[in-house]
Design a protein around this ligand. Structure first.
Ligand code: C2E
Ligand code: MG
Ligand code: MG
Ligand code: MG
Length: 274
């Protein structure tokens, strides 16, 4: 861009770059401090069964608080945490907070499945499975209450290694969800080879399906695929009742999205469930 706009724009370009670097540096500092103090927050977004209206699951979503500018988006600090080799520490803290909360809900007689996002880097790290086992033990959480969300791309690095890891997790009683399903570049054959339990229909398809017949066709195809393979479906990013009605009619009965609830702190979830 600098070249196209001529020599005199080079200065502007470097200012922009400098701004990015300052921002990155600020986020890095807040991230390191939060990890050191174990003060990352986790919010929880309900997953609801449309037929009963009941909350059947929660997705844990990490939150990083910046003093002045409110919240920093995970889309801004997860990649940074991966670059800085902090993602395992971050993932471990989120997992523990989520499992502790899930255990608390079990004790309060409101047992619910807790779904935790796992980054590709975490998934590829050698201690991944034993970390998960340690966490469940520390929290005394029965494994059937834990679900791990991974993206297709996270599963595609090493087919055989992934198969071993997922099989171990599955044998432990943990369920596996494919996040943002339909947006990856992978072949579908992995659905046959890996013990997958849940497909989460990416929110971009849900968002576009009311206006765009191709997106609707993709949603129908994903639902058909999930039903054929006996996988559970979750529709993500549901914002309108039209979207919810359409998903329900097509056979996607579990949804999450702003229509039902935004990701919320523990206290708000407790008032919903208990
Ligand atoms: P994701 O796992 O696909 O999570 C769904 C994202 O959509 C969340 O954004 C959620 O707040 C947002 N969302 C939920 N309902 C709606 C809706 O109705 N409309 C719209 N427009 N958005 C909705 P969030 O919390 O900003 O997280 C973004 C991404 O960051 C997540 O996408 C996930 O990939 C990643 N992420 C979040 N928490 C963690 C974590 O603890 N570990 C890892 N590795 N990644 C995380
Ligand atoms: Mg997710
Ligand atoms: Mg998603
Ligand atoms: Mg995502």
């Amino acid at each position: 861009r600098a070249k196209k706009q001529g020599r005199n724009r080079v200065c502007f370009f470097s200012e922009e770059l400098e701004h990015d670097l300052i921002k990155r540096h600020k986020v890095e500092k807040i991230l390191r401090d939060s990890l050191e103090q174990n003060s990352l927050e986790v919010h929880y977004q309900p997953q609801v069964d449309l037929n009963t209206g009941k909350i059947i699951g929660l997705e844990a979503l990490v939150r990083l608080k910046a003093e002045e500018q409110g919240w920093i988006s995970p889309l801004d600090f997860i990649p940074l945490a991966e670059d800085l080799v902090l993602i395992n520490q971050l993932g471990g803290q989120v997992l523990r907070k989520a499992c502790k909360f899930a255990k608390r809900l079990v004790e309060m007689n409101a047992p619910i499945k807790m779904s935790v996002n796992i980054s590709a880097v975490q998934f590829a790290s050698p201690n991944f499975v034993s970390d998960i086992a340690d966490c469940l033990e520390e929290c005394s959480l029965p494994s059937r209450y834990l679900e791990l969300e991974v993206t297709e791309s996270a599963l595609m690095h090493d087919f055989e290694e992934t198969q071993v890891i997922l099989t171990e997790l599955s044998q432990m009683g943990i369920s596996i969800a494919i996040d943002d399903f339909g947006t990856g570049y992978s072949s579908l054959s992995y659905l046959k080879a890996f013990p997958v339990d849940v497909l989460k229909i990416d929110q971009s398809f849900v968002k576009d399906m009311m206006q765009d017949s191709q997106s609707l066709d993709i949603v129908k195809t994903i639902i058909f695929l999930a039903n054929s393979l006996s996988l559970t479906l979750v529709g993500e990013g549901v914002e309108t009742s039209d979207q919810a009605d359409t998903l329900q009619q097509l056979g996607c009965l579990i949804v999450q999205g702003y229509l039902i609830a935004k990701p919320e702190p523990e206290q708000t979830i407790l008032t919903r469930l208990c």
